[in-house]
Design a protein around this ligand. Structure first.
Ligand SMILES: [Zn+2]
Length: 389
């Protein structure tokens, strides 16, 4: 069923569209905003005046225009608000303080001791968030919230549901607990979707309406933006690209499927094939050592098989590769995947699909977690507008 929308809600949606347009640009005038959003000049003018009054946007010089008076350039004020992004990985807690432009202004990393209870680990996350704010001298009043990227699956209330590799974390209400310990509002998402939102806010996908994000961490996940909207699926667990079968007779996967790209390409599979830690294997491949190179290229080909399926299914403009497991081997993966998409995607004669490694790859999920807060606060969401959320 299609739903109608009331005018006040459309007003706040337009405001978010304008703010996102300013954020995505590198300086933009009111006339350019009107042209890009197809809003009237008067509507843009009214919205921009309010954003200026609220201090979210600043005027930053002017450019000459043909004939008329010079046009004032608008930018988001990076110091108008901050968010703390926390990425909880089974081995490490990464923490980033990001300004409103999505740029990290401080970061910290801390190892997770496996013996700790979930509650103790969540207290560690809260202390890390508090410490990064204290050290950067950002007062609580400027903090829009804490974003948390954690391994899925997650339910709609931010409760972890049987996460693989983390048996003690089943049914842990991680969102509520982190909120209690930090006393900030917490926005939570799975790590791969968070990384995709970070890419949208601050990375290579700022102006791309439809893209997919292939996240390579301890496991393999993904995120999807279609027509400028993040797509989460029925239960917030869409884009599980790691569980595409690429070897029908391959090993059984914990997900219940067989021959999944994750089972064949995750860091532990590379370690098993070479008998050395993942980082050493990647470094050896980057140096060109034949055995390591052969394993990494085989992994790249399996990733490429999955990538071609993703491109065929979604008909996107851009595929972004990101996540900590790309370190040292990102360019090898990118080349093999780009070639496969160029040669084998069904719509290749209609349009090109770019394949790029994320410029924020190493901290993608933590920066993405901070962006979750901005995205939840400011991004135009038609569905929420329509449903009155
Ligand atoms: Zn699987």
């Amino acid at each position: 069923m299609q739903l109608g929308a009331n005018l006040p809600k459309i007003g706040s949606y337009n405001r978010a569209v304008v703010l996102e347009t300013i954020q995505a640009s590198d300086g933009i005038s009111r006339v350019q905003i009107a042209a890009r959003t197809r809003l009237t000049a008067q509507t843009v003018s009214v919205i921009v005046r309010r954003l200026l009054e609220e201090g979210l946007v600043v005027e930053d010089g002017s450019v000459p225009s043909s004939g008329g008076k010079p046009r004032t350039i608008l930018r988001v004020d990076p110091g108008a608000g901050y968010a703390v992004g926390v990425h909880f990985d089974p081995q490490e807690i990464s923490c980033v303080l990001a300004d409103l432009a999505g740029r990290p202004v401080a970061r910290s990393h801390l190892a997770v001791r496996t013996a700790l209870s979930p509650e103790a680990v969540i207290r560690q996350m809260a202390r890390a968030a508090r410490r990064i704010l204290r050290e950067a001298g950002v007062p609580d009043g400027k903090v829009l919230g804490v974003g948390l990227a954690c391994p899925g699956p997650l339910d709609g209330d931010g409760v972890m549901v049987s996460p693989p590799r983390l048996p003690a974390w089943d049914q842990v209400p991680i969102k509520r607990l982190l909120c209690e310990h930090t006393r900030f509002p917490v926005t939570v998402d799975n790590d791969a979707t968070a990384a995709a939102i970070g890419e949208r806010w601050a990375g290579t996908a700022r102006t791309t309406p439809s893209f997919a994000y292939l996240y390579l961490g301890t496991g393999i996940g993904g995120g999807i933006f279609l027509d400028n909207q993040v797509y989460r699926g029925r239960s917030m667990n869409a884009a599980e690209f790691g569980h595409i079968t690429v070897e029908p007779d391959g090993p059984e996967c914990y997900c219940g499927n067989r021959g999944c790209v994750e089972a064949l390409c995750c860091p532990s599979a590379i370690e098993a094939a070479l008998g050395v830690p993942h980082a050493a294997a990647c470094a050896a491949a980057a140096r060109g050592e034949p055995a390591a190179r052969e394993v990494i290229e085989r992994v790249a080909r399996r990733l490429a098989d999955a990538a071609v399926s993703v491109v065929n299914m979604l008909d996107i403009d851009l595929l972004v590769l990101g996540g900590p497991a790309l370190r040292e081997v990102g360019e090898i993966y990118r080349e093999v995947i780009a070639q496969a998409v160029t040669d084998r995607a069904l719509a290749r004669r209609l349009h090109a699909v770019r394949v790029e490694t994320s410029p924020i790859a190493a901290d993608a999920a933590a920066i993405g977690a901070a962006s979750l807060v901005f995205h939840a606060t400011y991004a135009p969401r038609l569905r929420t507008t329509l449903l009155g959320g």
